[in-house]
Write a protein that binds this ligand. Structure first.
Ligand SMILES: N[C@@H](CCC(=O)N[C@@H](CS)C(=O)NCC(=O)O)C(=O)O
Length: 220
C-alpha cells in the first residue's frame, strides 16, 4: 500500500474508531481530518454519499462504510485480521454486524426519554451482551489468540461504558465474566486506547447531557 490514506473522522463516532483501530493494528501511516456533523463542510457533503463518517481517502478514491473500509485495509495491508478460513471470515463479518446492532441499542439506551423506556433499553442491551457471552471462547480476543476485526468493532462499543459507569451502575455486564474479561483486554490494547483523542470522555458526557433523556437526567 503506497497511496496516501486519510481517515475523515468525528471525535465521538464508534464507526470511525473501527477504522482507526484497524489502521493502528496494521501500523499504517495515515492522516486524520475532522468533521463537525452539525455543521458539515461542503467538501464533506460532496464526497460522502451517505453524509456519514468514516470516509477513507485512498489516493484519489473515497471509500465509505466502516465494514467496507476495514475489509479493504485488511486485504491490502498485513497482518491479516480476518480469519483465513472463508466460513470463519463470514462468521466474523456477521459479528461485526452484530456490533452495529449493539451500537444501535446503545443509542436507544442513551436517548430513552423516561424511566420506562430506559428500563426497556437497558434490558435489550443486557440481552445483546448475554448473546455475546454465549459465543465468546477462552479469549483473550473474540476469535481466540489473534486480535480480529470483531475486536476492532467492539473496542468502541465498550468505550461507551467507561462513561456510562461514571453516571451509574446499570448491571448490564453482571453475570457475564467472558464479556467483562474481553472488555478489560480491549481497553488495554494500544490500538483501541489510541483510537480517540484525550478529551473523548468529556465530549461524550457533554453530548449525553444534551440529549434531554432519562440518562442525561442521571448525570450529576
Ligand atoms: N453504517 C455506517 C454508519 C456510520 C455512521 O452512522 N456514522 C455517523 C456518526 S457515528 C454519522 O456520520 N452520522 C451522520 C448522519 O447520520 O447524518 C458505517 O458503518 O460506517
Amino acid at each position: 500500500m503506497s497511496a496516501r490514506l486519510e481517515l475523515v473522522s468525528h471525535k465521538l463516532c464508534p464507526y470511525v474508531q473501527r477504522a482507526a483501530i484497524t489502521l493502528a493494528e496494521k501500523g499504517a501511516p495515515f492522516e486524520r481530518s475532522w468533521v463537525d456533523l452539525s455543521n458539515r463542510p461542503a467538501w464533506f457533503t460532496a464526497i460522502s454519499p451517505l453524509g456519514k463518517v468514516p470516509l477513507l481517502k485512498v489516493g484519489g478514491e473515497v471509500l465509505f462504510e466502516s465494514a467496507v473500509i476495514c475489509d479493504y485495509l485488511d486485504e491490502t495491508i498485513g497482518p491479516r485480521l480476518h480469519p483465513a478460513d472463508s466460513l470463519q471470515r463470514a462468521r466474523h463479518r456477521a459479528w461485526v454486524e452484530f456490533g452495529s446492532s449493539v451500537l444501535a441499542a446503545i443509542g436507544t439506551f442513551y436517548n430513552a426519554p423516561d424511566a420506562e423506556a430506559f428500563d426497556r433499553a437497558t434490558g435489550a442491551l443486557e440481552g445483546k451482551f448475554a448473546t455475546i457471552e454465549q459465543v465468546l471462547g477462552d479469549g483473550p480476543w473474540f476469535g481466540g489468540a489473534q486480535f480480529s476485526l470483531v475486536d476492532a468493532a467492539f473496542g468502541p462499543v465498550f468505550r461507551y461504558f467507561d462513561v456510562f459507569d461514571r453516571i451509574g451502575q446499570f448491571g448490564i455486564f453482571d453475570g457475564k465474566p467472558k464479556v467483562q474479561a474481553w472488555r478489560a483486554e480491549l481497553a488495554r490494547r494500544p490500538s483501541v486506547a489510541g483510537a480517540v483523542t484525550p478529551e473523548y470522555q468529556e465530549l461524550l458526557l457533554e453530548f449525553l447531557r444534551r440529549r434531554g433523556s432519562h440518562l442525561a437526567a442521571l448525570i450529576a
